[in-house]
Design a protein around this ligand. Structure first.
Ligand code: GLA
Length: 665
């Protein structure tokens, strides 16, 4: 099977290259500048369908031929994309049945990309034809390093509600349940008397009065993931008839909620991710680190590809902040630290027209006399020096449970509190661990947990019986588990596990929950003995084998357990029944749980210093405006050859990468 790395040596550096927006003389300048910056891989052809196939069945490869030849002559490899995320205008006119329909029943317009139904047989036939033509023509082209199928599956068309999708959904349900009785049992349709007499009666969950059958909604989300994966497989398998090069598609981890990337991960030869900073966050690099750790985890620990990020501002947020000096470098190197073997951008040259003309690029509108260009050239030099990290692994002692199905289920309507948000809890725990300089993996709850000293489940509302048993076995065998409130509540159909909450986790946690007491919007509760506060949630916990570590001092559950610990087998299971304040409460508790689990980590460093070990390399990324000194560092600086013998000082906003002999104490 084709695999990674895609390039003969070093890390991949480059971006989306859209030369069709420019006259040919600019292309020659492009490749000259690519050489200057050390670019060695560009993604081409992503939105070329209407240019390559201007009329149905008539192909014109002249421009793409010239571009690939030019890249090859310049020593730049191509990541050749299939253009199927943006069907041509003739396709839409000729096949109106392929148009995307939203929940409200609107047929969405053209003049945009992603405007098609993933279940459309006409789309399938047309995309297969263009992919076959591309693969046949370019499989042997010497510029090619890999294939980039489509662009961001599910970006704007994750769910389609057209009649074709409805029919495909019913076929999917028949396949899953066999007979309608099994579907009724799974979805609990005796509730409100919504029992289906046949599969023909099932509609997708279009806009309806609130309270739509939760099992129906979850299955429609699963079906939609499968519909997009089927599109990917069709293209990938077509390419494989002609080429042995690696095939991937660019994910949007973790920012495309509808795509269950655990289901996607096994389909690609290399996991590739697009990541953009969220300008509304005070410290967006923490979310970046989370995305990178998730990408590595989806890749099963193998190196992955950062397929897109930005040199500066994007154009699609309410306020598109430019990156501050040094920020692009810190961002890129954080992705590499966390396992990426590439640093790719959207895009090479900023567009003058079209929807994305205010998006930053490697060559900005200001040209090469700009800070961005100088930084791009300098980054290329840094990445060449970092070539030695290629293929190296990141190992983690702590894992966070992340399940897209739980994400979907938690955020269906009519939950005990609208403050119960999956990302809110995941990010609270991730951030606390990031600030403790603990690198984490993400795991599906049914994964092999034996490599980890500690497993944290910040938001596992939906948890099937088998995954719950997996957690139980992990603890009995000596693992340590930390679970946050409203976890283990329902099974895969959103049916509450029988008996008291938290059904699936009752035994491992050694507690039951008698009643939920969600808090008002600004309400807080206090915990003792340490001075911590809780928000969002309180509940009446009853001990059933566990012991109380902290109690609520006030609020609806004053005098009752707030944090518990259950020693079970050779391990322990901790339970936290409120949203501990991130400053003291959560960090303090996590510190104690990490110590109890024997998780090693550096102490006494500023919590704005990002520290990651990748193979023999220690990445120190300073996000603060003052220098930081890290003790216990011995080795050689990769960028400047500096010798470190006992400590390393990282300049304000700077990055030091040390080839080490021994880990920092
Ligand atoms: C996505 C897409 C690109 C571009 C960028 C802009 O990642 O794949 O084509 O639209 O967003 O940030």
């Amino acid at each position: 099977m084709p695999g990674y790395p895609v390039l003969p040596e070093g890390l991949a550096y480059g971006g989306d290259y859209n030369p069709e927006q420019w006259p040919e003389e600019v292309w020659r300048e492009d490749v000259r500048l690519m050489r200057e910056a050390g670019v060695n891989l560009v993604t081409v052809g992503v939105f070329n369908w209407g240019l390559i196939e201007p009329e149905e069945g008539e192909f014109d490869f002249t421009r793409l031929d010239r571009i690939l030849d030019l890249l090859h002559s310049a020593g730049v490899y191509a990541d050749l994309a299939t253009p199927t995320s943006s069907p041509p205008t003739w396709f839409r006119r000729r096949y109106p049945g392929s148009r995307l329909v939203d929940r409200e029943g609107h047929v969405l317009g053209g003049g945009s990309r992603h405007s098609f139904c993933p279940s459309s047989p006409d789309y399938a036939a047309a995309s297969e034809r263009i992919v076959t033509a591309l693969a046949e023509r370019y499989a042997g082209h010497p510029a090619l390093a890999m294939w980039h199928v489509h662009n961001e599956y599910g970006w704007a068309n994750a769910h389609c509600y057209c009649p074709t999708s409805a029919e495909a959904f019913r076929a999917w349900l028949r396949d899953r349940y066999g007979d309608v009785g099994a579907l009724n049992a799974a979805w609990g349709t005796t509730f409100w008397g919504l029992t289906y007499g046949s599969f023909e009666e099932v509609e997708p969950p279009v806009a309806a009065p609130v309270g739509v059958i939760p099992g129906l909604q979850l299955d429609f989300m699963r079906f939609s993931v499968d519909a997009h994966i089927a599109c990917f497989r069709r293209e990938r398998d077509t390419i494989r008839r002609f080429s042995d090069l690696p095939v991937t598609t660019n994910f949007m981890i973790p920012n495309c909620k509808p795509m269950d990337y655990w289901r996607w991960a096994g389909e690609v030869d290399v996991v590739a991710n697009d990541h953009y900073l969220d300008s509304s966050r005070a410290e967006p690099h923490i979310e970046l680190a989370m995305a990178a750790d998730l990408s590595r985890s989806l890749a099963g620990g193998r190196p992955w590809m950062l397929m897109e990020h930005s040199t500066g501002a994007v154009n699609w947020q309410p306020r598109n902040l430019a990156k501050r000096p040094g920020e692009m470098r810190r961002n890129t190197l954080a992705h590499v630290a966390r396992g990426s073997d590439s640093a790719m951008f959207f895009q090479w040259r900023a567009s003058r027209y079209g929807a994305e003309k205010f998006h930053s690029a490697m060559v900005p509108h200001a040209g090469t006399g700009s800070r961005i260009w100088r930084d791009v050239v300098a980054l290329g030099a840094d990445l060449r020096k970092l070539a030695e990290v290629r293929g190296a692994r990141v190992t983690a002692e702590v894992a966070l449970v992340w399940d897209w199905e739980s994400y979907w289920a938690l955020e269906l309507e009519w939950r005990p509190s609208s403050d119960l948000r999956f990302r809110e809890r995941m990010e609270a725990y991730y951030e606390a661990l990031w600030r403790e300089h603990v690198t984490v993996d993400f795991v599906h709850p049914s994964a092999d947990l034996s490599p980890y000293r500690l497993v944290v489940a910040p938001s596992s509302y939906l948890l099937g019986e088998e995954p719950a048993k997996n957690l139980h076995r992990y603890v009995e065998a000596g693992g340590h588990l930390l679970v946050s409130y409203f976890s283990g509540i329902v099974d895969e159909n959103d049916t509450i596990h029988a008996g008291p909450y938290p059904g699936a986790l009752r035994e491992v946690l050694g507690v039951t929950v008698e009643e939920f007491h969600p808090l008002r919007e600004d309400e807080t509760v206090t915990l003792e003995p340490f001075p911590a506060t809780g928000r969002i949630w309180s509940e009446r916990v009853r001990l059933a084998g566990a012991r109380a570590v902290h109690e609520f001092a006030d609020g609806p559950d004053a005098g009752h357990p707030a944090v518990t610990r259950h020693d079970l087998g050779a391990g322990s299971a901790w339970y936290v029944s409120t949203a501990l304040d991130p400053g003291t409460g959560l960090r303090d508790l996590l510190g104690r749980v990490l110590d109890h689990a024997g998780v090693s980590r550096p102490r006494g460093l500023p919590d704005t210093l990002e520290l990651v070990r990748r193979g023999d390399h220690l990445f120190l990324i300073n996000h603060a405006e003052t220098p930081a000194t890290v003790p216990g560092v011995t080795g050689t600086g990769v960028f400047d050859g500096a010798a470190y013998d006992g400590s390393a000082t990282v300049p304000a906003g700077g990055v030091v990468v040390v080839r080490t002999q021994a880990p920092p104490s």
